[in-house]
Design a protein around this ligand. Structure first.
Ligand SMILES: Nc1ncnc2c1ncn2[C@@H]1O[C@H](COP(=O)(O)OP(=O)(O)OP(=O)(O)O)[C@@H](O)[C@H]1O
Ligand SMILES: [Mg+2]
Length: 133
């Protein structure tokens, strides 16, 4: 394993492509149908945020292996405006775009690990991982 798939996000079609690649990869790792949906939802939300706030960026999907467990890691990275207040961005309902503010808190709930690195004016890198049961 150890393969990484990279999907460049430049437009709305790329969001769908990222989601499809996530579905394929999570099937290959034998996630159940519910976890497959959690993972693809997380990928869509992160890709949509890249498209909305940074215009361009990428999603990297990697298969991980630890203690006979397999996992799928999502990295969403962009060189957009960054997030001023990460704590706020993780609150349910916080949005700067008239969205629902449900994306990032949702991704955090759907995945097993979640972290944000973001520097205003430089960009954002979000890493989230889910392990098989
Ligand atoms: N990649 C990013 N670059 C810059 N800012 C971001 C990025 N992702 C999220 N944000 C900021 O964090 C806020 C919260 O994001 P979140 O996805 O939770 O909600 P939303 O996109 O506003 O609404 P929803 O996802 O529910 O449609 C966004 O409104 C935006 O200000
Ligand atoms: Mg969002």
């Amino acid at each position: 394993m150890g393969e990484t798939i990279r999907i460049v996000i430049n437009n709305e079609i790329d969001i769908v492509v990222a989601r499809q690649k996530g579905r394929e990869l999570s099937k290959a790792v034998h996630f159940g149908i519910v976890d497959q949906s959690r993972i693809t939802t997380a990928i869509s939300e992160l890709a949509r945020n890249i498209y909305l706030y940074a215009s361009h960026g990428e999603i990297r999907l990697s298969i991980k292996e630890e203690n006979r467990k397999k996992g799928l890691e999502i990295i969403a990275e962009d060189k957009g405006p960054g997030i001023d207040d990460i704590r706020k961005a993780l609150e349910d309902g916080y949005t700067t775009s008239n969205g629902l503010g449900a994306g990032l808190p949702g991704v955090k709930r759907l995945m097993d690990t979640f972290s944000i690195e973001s520097v205003p004016g430089e960009g954002t890198k979000i890493t989230a991982l889910k392990w098989t049961k």
